[in-house]
Write a protein that binds this ligand. Sequence first.
Ligand code: GTP
Ligand code: MG
Length: 344
Amino acid sequence: MKRGDLMSEEIQKDEESIQPDDDMVEVVPSGNPKKQALESLPGVGASTAEKLQEAGYYDLMSLAVASPGELVESVGVSEPIARKIINAARNNLDMGFQSGDDLLKKRERVIKIPIGSDAFNTLMGGGFETGSITECFGEFGSGKTQLGHILCINVQKLDPTAVIVYIDTENTFRPERIKQLAEGAGLSTEQVLSNIRVGRAYNSDHQMLLAEKVEDLIQKQNLNVKLIVVDSLTAHFRAEFIGRGTLAERQQKLNKHMHTLLKLADSCNLCVYVTNQVMSKPDVFFGDPTQAIGGHIVGHASTFRIYLRKGKKGSRVAKLIDSPHLQEGECNFFVETGGLRDVK
Ligand code: GTP
Ligand code: MG
């Protein structure tokens, strides 16, 4: 589609008049300061502001970090206007460096969601952090999906109003399992289940769209989303992009998806938990012949990486292999009906 086709009359009008529309004050609802901030940008009138918000650009920060190409595609403005909007958003924001003590204050907002086994909590420095992506990879049956279910309960133990978005790509979310775990934790099953929003993703595009829609739940429906589970992060991508020729496109899409999740984690101080499969490396003779799917893209976007495997006597072993401030290490635990249990 040509850019001109996308451009509505209203947007053209916005582009012609660099100042916001005269009738802007009447259109703007007084309770929407973020929209007002958008409309204060040159070239953005009420209708463009609305289109920006519909496309997920709710505030100046989301515009400041956008690329002109994204705006052209999603809002239908011309490229010079997109650049002007982005530059103005950048100028209006203090995009400078943050001081170490500001960052420390931001770190103080981080919530750690315990996972239920003392050893595992210690390994993770208290629990799974908000503001970050934690990736768990491992073979089938290693317990990745179970951890996702357990986090849904534990985040609600900390904050009964916490909402969970569960993006289920393999149809493995089980409300029955949530019920068992909620009972194990002494929580009301109805309450716990009603705070979980499950999105069943049928393909990788659908999965990406669901992640993009989380911002709507937070901004439009005012939901206190504290945890996003993506189980599995890579299964659709792996199934849809087969062969070497498609690798670049797959990685590009995965990168975009991870970026959406990272932005949500950071800007909304929520925990993102993603699961990832492993593939075997037939050329490895020493050490573990498995490797996480998604390569560097997934590895680098994840703040914490955990390798899960089956241990002795039905136990599970979690190995923390990447973390910005925690030591690498391992722990053992059992997955039980009521939750995780330490190996004595
Ligand atoms: P894939 O999605 O196939 O890659 O595997 P996964 O890593 O997600 O494995 P999952 O979390 O589904 O773990 C399945 C294992 O968890 C089972 O083999 C059981 O050992 C254990 N498990 C699942 N539900 C229960 C339960 O209700 N009670 C107990 N004791 N164990 C359970
Ligand atoms: Mg699973």
